[in-house]
Design a protein around this ligand. Structure first.
Ligand code: C2E
Ligand code: CA
Ligand code: CA
Length: 697
């Protein structure tokens, strides 16, 4: 385990070191004092003893001198009684151990005793030994007894230090006691001082902890909270009126500004500047977090993917500012619709260019999502007053539901997008729920879209030509070019599948250009009957090719390159292509027709415009849709319509082609009703270019 060198630990160590050092210094001082005390005491003892000895000696000297003086005459006269008196009185003095008077010959004259037991004994050393001599604690003193100039004897004294020693010991004891009490007092002072120091240290530590360390810790915790986005915790910090308080105030201000900053950044990062709705980021985040909570609580969540159908056209024709206005208005309408459905909408976001997403949880979300989708579609479909005209747009909505359809946010968005795609394919203004089958269909579609890229360059595309016949004389007068795709793995992919994909992915523009070139090149080689103009080629033009706006130029360029007589070229366009922008279609057709190119309305009768368009849009012919021809014999309505179209076309001076003639009955009826041109499997199936060329030969 790694020990963290915290401020608190450092403080503790410092205080410990201080207290320890001071304690050591004190102990050292006391020890030294103790040592000098005992040295002093020892020296004192010796000195006292010395003093006592000196005192004893001086007393002995004066005693001996007094005695010597006193016994001089008695000794001379050998007055033993008088000598005895003096000796005894001297012997009675304190510390005196013995007293002897010795004559000049060294013989003891008197020793203080009554019967002078040793009288006459020779006292060895008297007069020969030094006059002052210590023998342990016994002091031997001699003093000469003189009479005039003559030495007549010696006085010998023995004094004991025993008493002095007792005194010295008593003194030493009292000194010792004094020292001991001083030492005890010193130790007490020391301990008291240390205790005070320790107490101060503790108080210091406590206040340090309370006043400095704790606020710092709180600040550190608050900083962590701010880092984690919990700004309120910084504001809850206690603010004091000191330097730490200043620091805290600055910190709180800083946290506030970080919070403001983050809010701003979040707002910028999570909102779509145009509509003010959440953006893709906001959506994915709230979707992720919703899914997390729902996974724990088992709730439902619906995701609506809304896509506008015509925004590109609006942008292209009316300009981007109108497109933007449209988006803002649509966003407002979606918001209103959500409010009207009274749903707990968690996110309303603009997902991309013209895509919006609504996310809401709850029970029974499937039914409520559908109701909301219908309301949104209705809201979008209301005419939008933009500029000087009313725009009518539509939307397609895909819906997916959690947890039934998907478990992850990414999967949900993908599902809803797929469902929306499907809704679009079903026609404008549709709603579709995601389903697994749809999943596969879309995946197939995505694969095909991928495979379609570069298919022409890889030689997988070719043109078939279906002959068109003059129904009055049965001659082949032209042919319709039909694109074929031979997929390397899937085989022939029907145009009903891949043309739609090419249309949506935009590939149809390039493909269409190639079809124009290729079909015209083929048609230029078809033989023309003597004096005649030669068979025509009819080429299908996708709505997108028309919408590009450069169709006349593209066609003219292809005509120039192939050298085909413009009058032998017919372009087939559907009503829907024209309806998207009638003005543009009219302009393009007028220019093409001026160049001699014929324009035919394809799939006539399937659109909703009916015959009224024929009056406004300049076309050269109509192709009655196969569905009418199919039911011609069974359904009197279809017969009536077909007959009406033929009559009307006659009166407007446009030609009529009946598509999909599959049997003799249809063929006969159409001829009978005066339909000029016909096309169908009964008359001729789509075939390779060389084959159709032989029909004209
Ligand atoms: P469309 O323009 O209506 O073309 C006629 C379609 O009807 C062709 O289908 C043709 O094979 C089919 N057909 C002709 N006679 C009969 C018949 O008697 N019975 C039946 N059941 N069908 C008959 P195909 O070739 O599958 O083309 C389908 C659609 O694909 C075309 O419909 C056209 O809209 C589109 N398409 C084909 N080639 C091109 C192209 O080069 N460019 C564009 N933009 N669209 C194309
Ligand atoms: Ca056609
Ligand atoms: Ca057709």
């Amino acid at each position: 385990m790694k020990i963290r060198w915290t401020l608190r630990a450092q403080m503790l160590v410092w205080v410990g070191l201080c207290v320890g050092t001071i304690a050591l210094v004190f102990a050292g001082l006391i020890w030294r004092e103790q040592r000098s005390f005992s040295a002093m005491r020892e020296g004192g003892d010796a000195l006292v003893l010395e003093l006592l000895r000196d005192g004893l000696r001086q007393r002995g000297d004066s005693l001996a001198a007094q005695l010597a003086a006193a016994v001089a005459n008695p000794l001379y006269f050998l007055d033993l009684d008088r000598i005895g008196e003096y000796v005894r009185s001297t012997g009675q003095q304190a510390d005196v151990v013995y007293v002897r008077v010795v004559d000049a010959a060294g013989r003891i004259v008197h020793d203080g005793s009554r019967d002078i037991a040793r009288f006459g004994e020779t006292e060895a050393g008297a007069g020969r030994q030094p006059p002052v001599r210590w023998e342990g604690d016994l002091l031997h003193l001699e003093a000469p007894v003189t009479l005039g100039e003559q030495r007549i004897g010696t006085v010998q004294l023995g004094l004991s230090m025993a008493q002095g020693r007792v005194t010295a010991q008593a003194w030493s004891r009292s000194v010792e006691q004094g020292l001991a009490s001083t030492r005890a007092a010193h130790v007490q002072w020391l301990l008291g001082g240390l205790a005070c120091l320790f107490g101060f240290g503790l108080v210091g530590l406590y206040s340090l902890r309370k006043r400095v360390l704790k606020p710092i810790r709180l600040l550190a915790e608050a900083a962590g909270a701010v880092e984690a986005g919990r700004y309120a915790e910084a504001r809850a910090l206690p603010v004091r009126d000191d330097e730490i308080g200043d620091l805290t105030r600055v910190f709180v201000r800083m946290a506030d500004s970080v919070e403001r900053h983050e809010r701003d950044i979040r707002r910028i990062a999570y909102t779509d500047p145009l509509t003010g709705l959440g953006n893709r980021l906001a959506l994915s985040e709230s979707l992720e977090s919703r899914l997390l909570t729902l996974q724990a609580s088992s709730g439902e969540l619906a995701l609506l993917f809304i896509d506008l159908d015509d925004i590109k056209r609006v942008n292209d024709t009316l300009g981007h500012h109108v497109g933007d206005e449209l988006l803002v208005e649509v966003a407002a309408r979606i918001r209103e619709a959500c409010a009207a459905e009274d749903l707990d909408v968690v996110e309303l976001a603009r997902f991309g260019g013209d895509e919006f997403v609504v996310l809401f949880p709850g029970a029974d979300v499937r039914r409520r999502a559908e109701a909301l989708a219908r309301r949104i579609l209705a809201a979008i479909a209301r005419p939008l007053p933009l500029g000087e005209r009313d725009l009518v747009v539509s939307g397609s909505i895909g819906i997916t539901v959690f947890p039934e359809d998907a478990a992850s946010a990414a999967q949900m968005v993908k599902n809803a997008d797929m469902a929306m795609y499907q809704a679009k394919a079903a026609g404008k203004g549709c709603v579709r729920f995601y389903s697994r089958a749809l999943d596969e269909a879309v995946e197939r579609r995505v694969r095909l879209e991928h495979d379609l890229r570069g298919a022409w360059e890889r030689g997988e595309m070719s043109l078939a030509f279906q002959p068109v016949f003059d129904l009055t004389d049965g001659r082949a007068v032209g042919a319709e070019a039909l694109l074929r795709w031979s997929h390397p793995h899937l085989g022939l992919v029907p145009p009903s599948v891949f043309i739609g994909i090419a249309e949506e992915s935009g590939q149809v523009e390039e493909l269409g250009r190639r079809v124009l070139e290729e079909a015209m090149r083929a048609a230029a080689g078809w033989a023309a009957p003597a004096g005649g103009r030669g068979p025509f080629v009819a080429i299908n033009i996708s709505p997108r090719q028309l919408a590009r706006g450069d169709l006349p130029e593209t066609v003219e360029a292809a005509l120039a390159r192939s050298g085909l007589d413009p009058r032998r070229l017919h372009l087939e366009l559907t009503e829907t292509a024209i309806l998207r922008d009638e003005a543009q279609a009219t302009a393009a057709f007028t220019r093409l027709r001026a160049a001699g190119v014929g324009v035919w309305l394809d799939d006539f009768g399937t659109g909703f415009s009916g015959l009224s368009h024929l009056r406004r849009v300049p076309v050269d012919g109509v192709k009655i849709d196969r569905s009418f021809v199919t039911d011609l014999l069974r359904d009197p309505n279809d017969l009536a319509l077909t007959t009406g179209v033929i009559a009307m076309a006659h009166s407007l001076g446009v030609t009529v082609v009946a598509e999909g003639i599959e049997n003799e009955g249809q063929h006969g009826l159409l001829r009978e009703r005066g339909c000029p041109l016909g096309q169908g499997f009964y008359l001729g199936k789509p075939m390779p270019g060389e084959e159709v060329a032989r029909l004209f030969g």
